[in-house]
Design a protein around this ligand. Structure first.
Ligand code: GLU
Length: 467
């Protein structure tokens, strides 16, 4: 496939809700394609639906893009700020004869459609006001403000080779003479998108496949404008594991719920990258690798299924790989809200290094780390069970040797072994009461590592309570 260069892609969300996973995936692919070719990625906010667009939704989109690190090179452009430009293009099309004024009232158009439906035809605008050579148009009615209609070709067909779906052909007969400007002059959706893609010199349009029906209309408008056509790729929907359209029932659908739930952006990016595109069997890759590999040939044509377990697995991978100082910054607020005491406690990054292996989210990481940041309150019954008379002397000699042992994991492990041998005990017999006394719980990471992190003083104070 030859690629029109320089590559210019865009993400063009309508700010009518949060940035959902499907939108984020579209943004990611458009961004990666531009990055792959050293091209330009444009952010365009399609905010002409005044009733449904909100500033909060614009902010949610910007926040989501920022969290994912999908930086744009141009924009954000707001369609509402481009109204003068759209009016100018409408005027130019009227002058060029690729658009015309139509004085039919909505009621007349509805009646026209009704007649067609009744006679078994596909309802469409009948072309009353469409100028043709030699055709006499009706008299302009008084007091009616016209709409502007696009003069769609009557014959032939529109064909494009969709980079995801393959060749798609629509007969022009199927397409109406679309209204491009309403009586008050405001431009309509497909027209704005076409003008923007033209002005912004977009070379590749990747978007959800709910837009397939708009594409032939936009292609015709672009042709009428004399624009070079972009390549189109329509990405299939993301479904829940049950095959239904992704919704709240399947977990979070807003991208910005994921940082709250403890996901790292690199896990989300890696997940979305594979959800509709593949590179052999590779499952885990960095964004550098992704932008290097990303192409349009390996986009998946079938609907993708959202799999929360796989996302959690990737998140665990990226938590393990993440810098501990960075993780500390993410989990500290979560731990503070759980009442963690950081004064006199081990260093949080060192604790995270020890506990992060099994954490699927930073929330689970915070839970696992809490052990080191609260006063232990061992359960009395458990203490009685584990702190037996047989064990107490061993614990006393452990405490004794704690005074002088070199304070590191290896030396502590060797010392524990010595104590066990001297008292003819097995590891769990001393490890369990030690865990209870020092941490308040029976399940902890390896005891030598736990002791090392707490430090000599804390260990001595807490063990003394059991003697
Ligand atoms: N604004 C449209 C949407 O949010 C996308 C339009 C496009 O990508 O062409 O679905």
């Amino acid at each position: 496939m030859t690629v029109r260069t320089p590559v210019r892609t865009r993400f063009a969300p309508s700010p009518t809700g949060y940035l959902h996973l499907g939108g984020a995936r579209t943004a990611l692919y458009s961004w990666a394609y531009a990055r792959h070719f050293g091209g330009t990625f444009i952010l365009r906010i399609e905010d002409t639906d005044l009733e449904r667009s909100t500033p909060e939704a614009v902010q949610a989109i910007l926040d989501g893009m920022q969290w994912l690190g999908l930086s744009h090179d141009e924009g954000p452009f707001y369609q509402m700020q481009r109204m003068d430009r759209y009016r100018e293009v409408v005027k130019g099309m009227l002058e060029a004869g690729t658009a015309y004024l139509c004085y039919c009232s909505p009621a007349e158009v509805e009646a026209m459609r009704e007649r067609m439906r009744a006679s078994g035809e596909k309802p469409r605008y009948d072309g009353t006001w469409r100028p043709e050579p030699g055709k006499a148009l009706p008299d302009v009615p008084a007091g009616v403000t016209p709409v502007v209609r696009f003069k769609n070709p009557l014959d032939g067909e529109v064909t494009w080779n969709d980079v995801v779906k393959g060749p798609i052909t629509i007969a022009n007969k199927e397409l109406d003479d679309l209204i491009i400007a309403r009586p008050d002059g405001t431009p309509t959706y497909n027209f704005c998108v076409s003008v923007d893609d033209w002005d912004m010199q977009i070379t590749h349009v990747l978007r959800g496949d709910d837009h397939v029906n708009n594409t032939p209309r936009q292609i015709n408008i672009l042709r009428a404008l004399g624009a070079e056509l972009p390549q189109y790729g329509h990405l299939p929907m993301i479904l829940g594991a049950d095959g239904q359209k992704l919704s709240k029932r399947h977990g979070a659908v807003s991208v910005m719920e994921y940082p709250e739930q403890g996901y790292l952006p690199e896990a989300m990016l890696n997940y979305l990258a594979r959800l509709g595109w593949s590179h052999g069997d590779d499952e885990i890759f960095s964004m550098e690798q992704f932008t290097e590999w990303f192409n349009l040939e390996h986009l998946t044509a079938s609907a993708a299924q959202f799999n929360p377990e796989k996302l959690a697995w990737l998140n665990n991978h990226y938590i393990k790989a993440a810098d501990n100082e960075r993780l500390a910054g993410l989990v500290r607020p979560k731990m503070e809200s759980k009442g963690a005491q950081f004064d006199g406690s081990p260093a949080l990054p060192a604790v995270l290094a020890l506990v992060k292996d099994r954490a699927n989210t930073t929330g689970e990481l915070a839970d696992a780390a809490m052990l080191f940041f609260r006063q232990p309150q061992p359960d009395a019954a458990l203490l009685t069970q584990h702190l037996t008379d047989a064990v107490r002397p061993a614990l006393a000699s452990f405490a004794e040797r704690c005074q002088t042992v070199e304070w590191n994991k290896a030396a502590l492990a060797a010392m524990l072994k010595d104590v066990l041998a001297a008292h003819s005990l097995k590891m769990p017999q001393i490890a369990m009461p030690l865990r209870l006394l020092v941490t308040g719980q029976l399940q902890t990471p390896a005891i030598d590592a736990v002791l090392e992190l707490f430090g000599r003083e804390t260990v001595l104070t807490r063990v003394a309570k059991g003697l």
